[in-house]
Design a protein around this ligand. Structure first.
Ligand SMILES: Nc1ncnc2c1ncn2[C@@H]1O[C@H](COP(=O)(O)OP(=O)(O)OP(=O)(O)O)[C@@H](O)[C@H]1O
Length: 231
């Protein structure tokens, strides 16, 4: 469904992502793992077209996206929950959610009830400014906004980082449910191995900008963890 082939991502002249190839199938919950600074965020940004330069191929359902601008990739079906959430603090929860609907192919401009039911706190705080929500609530808002773009595949960059434990559990459960019940394809960048193991069926480990290992989650052995993930 999402095929990356020989993908490079550059910051100026520095190549932070080097010839990455990955095949993510429909219905996968695919975790991208690796130590700090190995290129996980760069990978997601390259898929979205947010880097100053990329080369290689990014295909979604066979359609080449790598020459398209970011908004066209969103419209094609790539949803994104960035590291740091990227919500607009001066806008209300409703307005932040509306932004997601603009990237939906149906172009309805409506906030679907099922998304508010996933995160009841958003429904309660629809008129509150995004900047007045807690970190965990902002993360729920960022996920809700991405879902309203009606993605075929949802990319998330460390969605539980720096969030209070009770909300972490809710967010993890929602993501697992979206994948298993709604069949949403998910690509998750994650440092939290317990969650990655619980949620994913497949994983890749990045090391210095390249794919070191890719396999089924049952193959994520302690040896691999020590070699590539433990600091
Ligand atoms: N804006 C930037 N300009 C130049 N180099 C950058 C920039 N952002 C990241 N890098 C470099 O690119 C490499 C990959 O960084 P990236 O943020 O993708 O790693 P990461 O695996 O997501 O790390 P983390 O887990 O800390 O978020 C690192 O060497 C980093 O220093």
């Amino acid at each position: 469904m999402l095929e990356l082939n020989g993908l490079d991502g550059f910051y100026g002249r520095s190549r932070a992502l080097q010839s990455v190839s990955m095949d993510i199938d429909e219905g996968d919950f695919f975790s991208v793992l690796g130590r700090n600074g190995v290129g996980k965020t760069t990978l997601l940004r390259s898929v979205l077209g947010l880097m100053s330069r990329t080369s290689g191929s990014v295909k979604l359902d066979g359609m080449e996206l790598n020459s398209l601008p970011t908004h066209a990739r969103a419209l094609a079906g790539i949803g994104y929950v960035p590291q740091g959430r990227g919500i607009l603090p001066a806008f209300t929860v409703r307005e932040n959610l509306m932004i997601g609907t603009f990237a939906a192919q149906s172009g309805q401009g409506e906030i679907a009830d099922w998304v508010l039911e996933l995160f009841p706190i958003l429904k309660e705080f629809l008129n509150r400014r995004g900047g007045n929500l807690s970190g965990g609530q902002q993360q729920q808002l960022a996920i809700g906004r991405a879902l309203l773009s009606q993605p075929k595949v949802l990319l998330l960059d460390e969605p539980t980082e720096g969030i209070q434990p009770n909300i972490v559990e809710q967010i993890e459960d929602v993501l697992i449910d979206l994948n298993r019940t709604r069949g949403l394809t998910i690509v998750l960048v994650e440092q939290n191995l317990t969650f990655a193991r619980r949620a994913s069926n497949r994983f890749a480990i990045l090391d210095r900008g390249t794919v070191a290992v890719t396999s089924g989650i049952a193959q994520l052995s302690d040896d691999l963890v020590h070699e590539h993930l433990v600091v």
